[in-house]
Design a protein around this ligand. Structure first.
Ligand code: DX5
Ligand code: ZN
Length: 214
């Protein structure tokens, strides 16, 4: 099933509850939560207090994208804070095993993410060990960047690996997704599309999401 996960990073933080309510009323499947530490990426977003507020107001499951160093130190707290899935960057760790195990022990879905400059084949050994992979289509750190076209081939590659090996791993794509490229990304093999600006800056958020799912 095609799914859209609006990224709360692009919301109006002065009206967070209303923005979340608009997503509750929309055809979105998940609410994407971008956590940045100012070390792994050159930007700082928000942490646990905001996560708590989102959990309280959102009826959509929370899809947590950690852009932080040492994810193994924090994944359990994000699980306890009500995450539906917790993902972190493969290139942020020497070995993702520890953090993945901690998430699994909490009964939460696991996700491994790669930035655009990381060889997509580095996901190969992990495809059967995670619930989802997140392929970044912009460099992690900021909303509103331009989609990188090379992402299409990466999606097709991972999709072919998943099919060849008979896996159920979901493919998520994040960054620069909009009404124009969304149908093409689903066609290339994506399951979940994250969209920040294209949803929160749209005149009608639900309509924008419907357009992406068309
Ligand atoms: C970037 C974040 C994305 C971002 C997407 O570091 O991971 O989730 O918020 O925003 P748009 O859709 O505006 O590129
Ligand atoms: Zn994200």
């Amino acid at each position: 099933m095609k799914q859209i996960a609006p990224s709360i990073l692009s919301a109006d933080f002065g009206h967070l509850a209303e923005q979340v309510e608009a997503i509750n009323q929309s055809p979105a499947s998940l609410l994407h939560v971008d956590v940045m530490d100012g070390v792994f990426v050159p930007n700082i977003s928000f942490g646990f207090p905001v996560m708590e507020a989102l959990r309280k107001h959102s009826t959509k499951p929370l899809d947590v994208h950690l852009m932080i160093v040492h994810p193994e130190k924090y994944v359990e707290r994000f699980c306890d804070a009500g995450a539906w899935s917790v993902g972190f960057h493969l290139e942020a760790v020497d070995d993702p095993t520890e953090a993945l195990e901690l998430i699994k022990k909490k009964g939460v879905r696991t996700c491994l993410t790669i930035n655009p400059d990381i060889d997509v084949k580095r996901l190969d050994p992990w495809l059967d060990k995670v619930d989802m992979v997140l392929i970044m289509s912009v460099f992690a750190g900021f909303g509103g960047q331009k989609f990188i076209d090379a992402t299409f081939d990466k999606i097709r590659y991972v999709r072919s690996e998943i099919t060849r090996r008979g896996l159920q791993t979901l493919i998520e794509v994040d960054g620069g997704v909009n009404v124009e490229n969304a149908p093409l990304l689903f066609e290339a093999g994506a399951d979940i599309l994250v969209a920040g600006s294209a949803v929160f800056h749209a005149e009608d958020m639900s309509e924008a999401i419907r357009q992406m799912l068309r």
